[in-house]
Design a protein around this ligand. Structure first.
Ligand code: FAD
Ligand code: NAD
Length: 475
């Protein structure tokens, strides 16, 4: 095996593996090194997303939502069953099989693109040399014309609630629980808090989420955030805003969490405590002295708008660099970098990164929130359409939520779309395309949407921006 490659990618998560595959498709010789180690000691490509993030969380969200619907909705459809219960071990087995199929799929994709996948640790040395340590401890020095750093991120730590891997756990720990805890505490009402809090709530846990800020989902459009909070509270997610945690200690009754809120000092006792207060870039053991790659004050690898680092022909992508920590953002960066290495023109449009929160109702948005548009001073108009007025949503028994479209008054350009409701994560793709093409509200109005579909809600929201909605009374 040659130790020289056109491209060496360090990290095989959703940012690194697409970079490797696209570079391979473009005819470059590529090695992708990944050090992800499963609990059973096996190595797997796919990074956080496939092994302990996006994919396993969505598998559990699906199982728990089906259970919830069986309990609350089947009778409305006239479906009668015996008592419905959940076998957590089977649910986890299914999740494990989905993860395995997804991670092994990457090996097949590597084969197709002629990428050499190397399980083990990679460390960048000066001059684009990479020290590769295999699981058996063998060390080789590889050299690359280009190196792509895609080392990802890890959970942020809270000194007052240190992880013990058993009772005070991170997002990987809460994905792998073998049984439903009676009382689950979560620190952080962000994406992980509400998604994984929802999973275990639907399975019967009492869930309390402690959020330091007074504002719920501050990066979301606040009309959507308010609607979401209303639904989550109704579902029994006990979200406490403005809660500052000072200590978490393990005793014989469980984990005692001390925090203060507006009412003063409070105590919460739970069986499991999840700390989900954000993630931080992971670059441990990645860079030797003298590589020329710079990290910023928060530990992110410094890059320009094309993901090039301060070192010649060294690139960095995904969670390890600035921007939202999302798999699709990392993927686009990885592909862009591969294209640029091959001499093609490629860009990432950071204005069209969609955000999706996979709760029920689902939340999704792209572009600017109403708060951001207002702050920009640009005059805007809003179109709104509630799913209650959608025939398809009624047929699906999923009428919670709405579509909100924000467009500029001066040139009708769509500035942002915010959806809370059924399949919001799928519906947002059309809005993303609209933003990518700098579409106007009129463009969406003139686009025929199939009936009866949920996508008509976006069409009607666009019509409503000019008080032309047909299936809802314009206000
Ligand atoms: P990672 O996925 O972290 O991959 C980096 C890889 O590099 C890892 O395998 C790591 O072991 C390896 N590595 C690091 N250093 C080295 C080294 N020196 N040598 C060799 N290998 C190394 N995002 C979404 O878009 N949608 C979702 O639904 C979603 N759900 C999530 C749910 C959870 C519970 C979590 C925790 C995250 C979720 N995310 C989601 C975020 C998403 O997982 C990340 O944005 C994404 O994984 C980042 O990709 P990455 O390739 O940059 O890093
Ligand atoms: P997050 O940034 O979404 O939320 C963290 C929350 O914790 C914030 O609301 C923050 O105010 C709060 N917080 C911070 N410090 C706190 C403290 N000391 N006490 C109480 N609250 C505190 O982070 P996350 O939920 O941990 O998720 C990590 C990353 O993973 C996110 O950046 C997200 O992009 C990604 N992710 C994405 C998805 C998705 O796309 N559906 C799902 C899960 C995770």
């Amino acid at each position: 095996m040659s130790d020289s490659y056109d491209v060496i990618v360090i990290g095989g998560g959703p940012a690194g593996y697409p970079a490797a595959i696209r570079a391979g498709q473009l005819g470059l010789t590529v090695a992708c090194i990944d050090g992800w180690k499963n609990r059973d000691g096996s190595y797997a490509f796919g990074g956080t997303c496939l092994n302990a993030g996006c994919i396993p969380s969505k598998a559990l969200l699906e199982s728990s939502e089906l259970l919830h619907r069986a309990h609350t909705e089947f009778a409305t459809h006239g479906i009668h069953t015996g008592p419905v219960s959940i076998d957590v071990a089977q649910m986890q087995k299914r999740k494990g099989a989905i993860v395995k199929a997804s991670t092994q799929g990457i090996l097949a994709l590597f084969k197709g693109a002629k990428v050499t996948g190397l399980a083990g640790h990679g460390r960048l040395l000066p001059g684009r040399q990479v020290e590769f340590t295999a699981p058996d401890g063998t060390v080789r020095t590889l050299s690359g014309k280009h190196v792509v750093l895609a080392s990802g991120s890890e959970p942020a730590r809270l000194p007052s609630a240190p992880f013990d891997g058993e009772n005070i756990i991170d997002s990987w720990g809460v994905l792998d629980l073998a049984e439903t805890p009676k009382r689950l505490g979560v620190i952080g009402a962000g994406v992980i808090g509400v998604e994984l809090g929802s999973v275990w709530r639907r399975l019967g846990a009492e869930v309390v989420i402690l959020e330091a800020l007074d504002t719920f989902l501050p990066t979301a459009d606040q009309q959507v955030a308010k609607e979401a909070l209303k639904h989550f509270n109704k579902q029994g997610l006990n979200i406490k805003l403005g809660a500052k945690v000072s200590a978490a200690t393990l005793g014989k009754d469980g984990v005692t969490v001390r925090y203060t809120d507006k009412a003063g000092e409070q105590t919460l006792v739970v069986d499991k405590l999840v700390v989900a207060i954000g993630r931080r870039p992971y670059t441990e053991g990645l860079l030797a002295e003298g590589t020329g790659v710079a990290l910023d004050a928060r530990g992110f690898v410094e890059v320009d708008e094309h993901c090039h680092t301060a070192a010649e022909n060294v690139w960095a992508v995904g969670d390890a660099v600035r921007g939202p920590m999302l798999a699709h953002k990392g993927k686009e960066e990885g592909v862009m970098v591969a294209e640029r290495i091959a001499g093609h023109h490629a860009e990432v449009n950071y204005k069209t990164v969609p955000s999706v929160i996979y709760t029920a109702p689902e939340i999704a948005w792209v572009g600017l929130t109403e708060e951001q548009v207002k702050a920009s001073g640009r005059e805007y108009k809003i179109g709104n359409f509630p799913f209650l007025a959608s025939g398809r949503a009624r047929a699906m028994e999923s009428t919670a939520g709405f579509v909100k479209l924000i467009a500029a008054v001066d040139n009708d350009e769509v500035l942002g779309v915010h959806i809370i409701g059924p399949m919001a994560g799928e519906l947002i793709a059309e809005a993303g395309l609209a933003l990518e093409y700098s579409a106007s509200a009129a463009d969406l109005q003139m686009t025929m949407h199939a009936h009866p579909t949920l996508s008509e809600a976006l069409h009607e929201a666009a019509l409503s921006a000019d008080k032309r909605a047909i299936d809802f009374i314009n206000r």
